[in-house]
Ligand binder design. Sequence first.
Ligand code: MN
Length: 233
Amino acid sequence: MGLAEYRKKRRFAVTPEPAGGKKRRRARSLLYVVQKHRASRLHYDFRLEWKGVLLSWAVPKGPSLDPAVKRLAVAVEDHPLEYASFEGVIPAGEYGGGTVMVWDRGTWTPEVPDVDAALQKGELKFTLQGEKLAGSWVLVRTRSAPGGTGPGWLLIKHRDGAVSTDVITTTEPRSAASGRLLAEIAWHEGGDVAKAASADPPGEIRKLIAEPSLVRQRRRGKRAVWHSSRPAR
Ligand code: MN
């Protein structure tokens, strides 16, 4: 159908109605995601949508809510926007092989008028609206990362109402997308369960071993519903 009939009936030099179909993207919030990634080493991939891609940093120890704790963040290659919802297993032997969890997700808002200039200058202040991380943060570039793996930055929480000394990577270990631990994702997706479990809090794994019925059921497709209340036969 398209908009042909809609347009034929209207004179857009006269009516204030939109003609539609302009390439201008509907204004919306910028995506933010943190992916917990048990590759050769555990790290947290911190990603911010900017200009059609996800700017990405690998944070070995993950974010901290304590403003006194500065976390190394190594700049890595931009990722496609679609990557923000990826949770699963990268096959062993492939680049980044291992288990990936959507640890946190939401939106971000720059606190600077010019993001490109801030990135160039090496100091980007922003606000997160995630399910786990919130409030004001800053990424500050340092001279270079240990090991020379890429440009080194520090991810630091600003003082505000969202600070805490709780270790959120331990207290909130599950997927924001599926509620699963890394071990459960690996189990469902055919990954290395023991390797994935090594990056989950040991207490959570002990609970699953003690009570295997707590292991999350695999959801079949995006619209699948949970049947955990269905009586077993
Ligand atoms: Mn990664």
